[in-house]
Design a protein around this ligand. Structure first.
Ligand code: ATP
Length: 227
């Protein structure tokens, strides 16, 4: 690939008590690419995602974003980076139950200081892009699991992040719904030039990525290149 990597994990190790979650994991994520992390339960995929996104600090090794060493940033700088440059989608959408779906999608922009009307206009456009305009005025509790995940994807996209971290975003959905959500996420991310780091157990979901990296025992094993 021509451009330098946007995210780099270099020989990253992380333990929780006696459990070694990562042991010398290295990985590169290039701008705009969709990368799937696969591997058995407990192989360290989520821990690596948390280290790459600055949520967790590694015990050793280095994580870099856009040429900057994440370990050298203070807590405040790291959280500014997370809010501005990164978007997140988790297994259970983690939407705010008291807000409507439209307000949930608009929230990251509102927190960044955008006025309500333009933020909600963009949120409405994204809900339409994800084919869930009909839940805009509903609260997340009134939406189905698949609709809720599409709303969560719209919320992750609204700031046009450079990287979207998605940890088992379809884990709570049936396979047909899960695949639809991932295809919409991948298409919308590609339109905006956002990279996606997608943790998944499911082969069909991983097959939607540009590149697949398999994890085993806390480190990446080079795997098949999807296309
Ligand atoms: N906060 C934590 N406290 C203690 N142990 C943890 C913590 N987070 C992860 N672990 C342990 O670290 C190891 C790697 O976990 P991790 O969640 O990264 O794996 P994973 O490949 O994402 O698994 P899964 O697919 O089941 O989510 C596991 O043994 C897990 O139990």
């Amino acid at each position: 690939m021509p451009s330098p990597p946007l995210l780099v994990a270099d020989d990253v190790s992380k333990s929780f008590g006696a459990t070694q979650a990562l042991s010398g994991a290295s990985l590169q994520v290039f701008p705009g690419e969709v990368l799937a992390l696969t591997g058995p339960s407990g192989s360290g995929k989520s821990t690596l995602l948390h280290c790459l996104s600055g949520i967790l600090m590694p015990d050793s090794g280095r994580v870099g974003y856009d040429g900057r060493d994440l370990g050298a940033l203070g807590d405040r700088e790291r959280s500014t980076l997370r809010r501005g440059a990164f978007g997140f989608v988790f297994q259970f959408g983690q939407l705010v139950p008291e807000l409507t779906c439209l307000e949930n999608v608009a929230l990251p922009l509102r927190l960044a200081g955008t006025r309500r009307r333009p933020a909600e206009q963009l949120a409405g456009e994204l809900l339409a892009r994800l084919h869930v305009s009909d839940v805009a005025a509903k609260r997340p509790g009134q939406a189905s699991g698949g609709q809720g995940q599409r709303v969560a994807v719209a919320r992750a996209l609204i700031t046009t992040p450079r990287v979207i971290f998605a940890d088992e975003p379809t884990g709570a959905l049936d396979s047909r719904n899960g695949e639809q959500v991932i295809r919409l996420l991948v298409a919308a991310a590609k339109e905006r030039g956002s990279a996606v780091v997608l943790v998944t157990h499911e082969e069909r979901i991983a097959a939607c990525a540009d590149r697949i990296v398999a994890f085993q025992d806390g480190a990446a094993v080079p795997a098949a290149v999807a296309r």
